[in-house]
Structure formats: C-alpha cells, structure tokens
Design a protein around this ligand. Sequence first.
Ligand SMILES: NC(=O)c1ccc[n+]([C@@H]2O[C@H](COP(=O)([O-])OP(=O)(O)OC[C@H]3O[C@@H](n4cnc5c(N)ncnc54)[C@H](O)[C@@H]3O)[C@@H](O)[C@H]2O)c1
Length: 258
Amino acid sequence: MAGTEALEIFKLPGKVAVITGGANGIGWATAQLMLAAGARVAIFDRDAAHRREDAARAEGRLSLHALDVTDEAALEAACDAVIAAHGGLDILVAGAATVVRAPTLELSRADWERVIGVNLTGAFLSARAAARRMIARQTGGAIVLIASIMGLSGGGLYPNVSYQTSKGGVVNLTRALAVEWAKAGVRVNAVAPTYTRTEFIRPLLDNPELMARIAAMTPMGRLAEPEEVAAAILFLASPAAAMVTGHVLAVDGGFLAQ
Ligand SMILES: NC(=O)c1ccc[n+]([C@@H]2O[C@H](COP(=O)([O-])OP(=O)(O)OC[C@H]3O[C@@H](n4cnc5c(N)ncnc54)[C@H](O)[C@@H]3O)[C@@H](O)[C@H]2O)c1
C-alpha cells in the first residue's frame, strides 16, 4: 500500500456511526468529520432539533434521534431504527454528559446520581445496546467512549467529584468492555480530552482568570478545539486503529504527562 491508497485506512466508507451527545460540541465535530470520511451518522441527543436543516442537507446520511441516554428502552429502539434506516451499526461514540461543579460537602445525592447516571450508566447502556447488535449481526465494530482528563486526575480548577468519578468509571468501563468483546471483533477505546472549547465549559470560557489558569496548567498553553478531539475519535473508530483496543487516548496538550 502506498501514497493516497494508504490514507484509506483512516476513512469510514459505508460505515454507520451512532454518536450520543452528537448534536453539539465534540459530538457534532465528530459527526461532521465522520460524514466527511464517508460514514452515515445517527445522532442520539436530547437536544437535536437545531440540526434538522443539517440532516435535511445530508441526503439521508444523517439522522436525528431525540432521546435521553439514561432511557434504556429508548436507546434500544433507536439502535433498531438506525439499522432499519442505514442498514447497519458499526461505530458508537458515547459522548452525552452532564456536570455539577460543586464542593463535595455541598453536593446533593440527587446531583451525584444524575451525573453518574448520564455519564457512566448512559455510556454503559449505549455501549451495551450497540455491541449487542454488532455481536448478534457478527459484523464487529468500534466503540469510542468520551472520558476526560478528569477521569485520570482528581485535580483541576475546582472540586468536581461526581464528574471525576463518572469519568474514572468510563476509563475502566473502556478497558473491561475491550477485554470482554475483543474476540467478538468489537474494539473499545476512549479519548480523554482536556478543557475543550464547547458550551459544556461556558462558565470557564466566560471567565478570563480561569482561562489563564487553564493555559498555565497545560504544557501546550491552550484549550483543545472540538475538531482536535474529533480527529482522535475518528482515528480510534477507523481501520487505522485495527489493533488498538482498551486504550485511553489523551487529547490534552500534555496535561497528563506532567
Ligand atoms: N468541553 C470540555 O472541556 C470537555 C473536556 C473533557 C471531556 N469532555 C466530554 O466530552 C463530551 C462532549 O462534551 P462537549 O464538550 O461536546 O459538551 P456539549 O455540551 O457541547 O455536548 C454535550 C451533548 O450531550 C447532550 N446530552 C447531555 N445529556 C444528555 C442525555 N442525558 N441524553 C442525551 N444527550 C445528552 C447535550 O444535549 C449535548 O448535545 C462529554 O462526555 C464531556 O464530558 C468535555
């Protein structure tokens, strides 16, 4: 293999990708990149209505499924709808998440359970629903979970225990599922982004002092852009990563290397 032919291993022709949390931020950047790489994309998001025009322009290659990732029945039904509409389910990117930034002594049990429910249980339910079909249909597949540098660190700008715990869970969910499903041809990896320019961190983006602290604590001295995280997700989902499973790929400008 040589020249441009070799680049084909980074593309996804004919593949079908489900992206939870795909209507905004990193998920939306991933959807656009995967469409450009030749995939068909199904967005599972509780807030996807503003992407209707994009879906209409995509000539059937982009579908929207309004759901909450904590709703097991809705996830299972949407996976069946994806197979009916697009003819398969080859890739899952699980990115739906929420955050409650509060000191532990002020964090209610309800907020703790909501963050764990969306970020960790939602990732589990999404991965299980997708892999159930990849395994039953004997197609294999690739799953990429979106963790965080906060899944590998207890530090950061402020106390954030429910988010950090949920993302730490996503890190080991990645490893356990990778081992369990390797022989079935389902690869499971994760990305661990640093602070990334999306609405998820709007309170930080609007605070110059916090932005300066992020720059100071990051060797590369800046935030990530959503497209930079999407590029790592595309790699892990693509045939280029055919021998990679159970890996957590930091996209963090050197944050975790310190
Ligand atoms: N932005 C950052 O700094 C950063 C850093 C590290 C990791 N991450 C992770 O990246 C992923 C994507 O975050 P983002 O920055 O693109 O945020 P975002 O807010 O732009 O996008 C998150 C999406 O998830 C959807 N969502 C939230 N809860 C949902 C639920 N219960 N059911 C269905 N959809 C739901 C939202 O509607 C939204 O479209 C998340 O897992 C987040 O934890 C983000």
